[in-house]
Design a protein around this ligand. Sequence first.
Ligand SMILES: [Zn+2]
Ligand SMILES: [Zn+2]
Length: 348
Amino acid sequence: MPVLHNQVSNKVLKERMLAETEPRTTISFYKYFTIADPQEFRDRLYKLFLELQVFGRVYIAKEGINAQISVPSSKVEALRALIYSISPELDNLRLNIALDDDGKSFWVLRMKVRDRVVADGITDESFNPSNTGQYLKAEQVNQMLDDPDAIFVDMRNHYEYEVGHFEQAVEVPSDTFREQLPMAVDMLRDQKDKKIVMYCTGGIRCEKASAYMLHNGFDNVYHVEGGVIEYARKAKEQGLPLRFKGKNFVFDNRMGERITEDVLAHCHQCGSECDTHTNCKNDGCHLLFIQCPTCAEKYEGCCSVACQEESKLTEEEQRSRRAGREVSNKIFNKSRHRLSAGFINPEK
Ligand SMILES: [Zn+2]
Ligand SMILES: [Zn+2]
């Protein structure tokens, strides 16, 4: 019986990864295509990925696959050959290789079957996620940014937009993609004659969003091929001016890939220029927010004095405090946290 799940503790697995001497390469890829039996596909792929010592997060659904993984650098080409051969739909698929990366983002392989690879809340049966807009390559993206008829629409979350975005991109102000889809249609309803350029981190959200815009009667819909990750890679490779400013946020240990030196955001506690995300060190909080080194020292990595104090209690005391407390939004959002003109008031 092959082992189809992890049997060793997370901590041990992480130590094992850190002890590896061979460098790892972080790769992401996705594809919207019909998978008739996602569970069978998942089990088959899991075994093949284990053989190549792949770590990471993979989602499989009837609508396709979404993967963020790392592989020993010597096995990148073997992985490529494997992916190309699993399905004709994946032959020659673009694999996004992360820039500026130590390959230490993952230490375990998690592969899950889901309803959708990207939750969209769309109930309309006639919606086809593989009927997408036109891809824009890096050079075309830069041309579009100079086109007065083009509107760039950022399909990522607020905390992602906050630390980096394309020049003049419109933010769709919600923290969930499923809310953003109808919101984008609504915001742009009077701009149907314009060129709509959608983008996201790795292309998977904006690709679906582009299909949704087409579904809703927009005719000139484009999306950035491979998202910000691929744009940055290609623009650097080709010596093009980088028109995405700041950081590309990614949910891994690094919490973001720096694209340009511009710092667009501010510390959520003191307002100084900063774009370093962190999670509040209080285990009962873990709020994702931006904290400068000075505040990190002052509040010991916590989002507030209350969290700072709580984090020093014994585990039992912390647990009893947490019991019964509502676990609410874990991401700092200026529109929701209106304290101190958009900043956290750490003394409260
Ligand atoms: Zn600060
Ligand atoms: Zn906190």
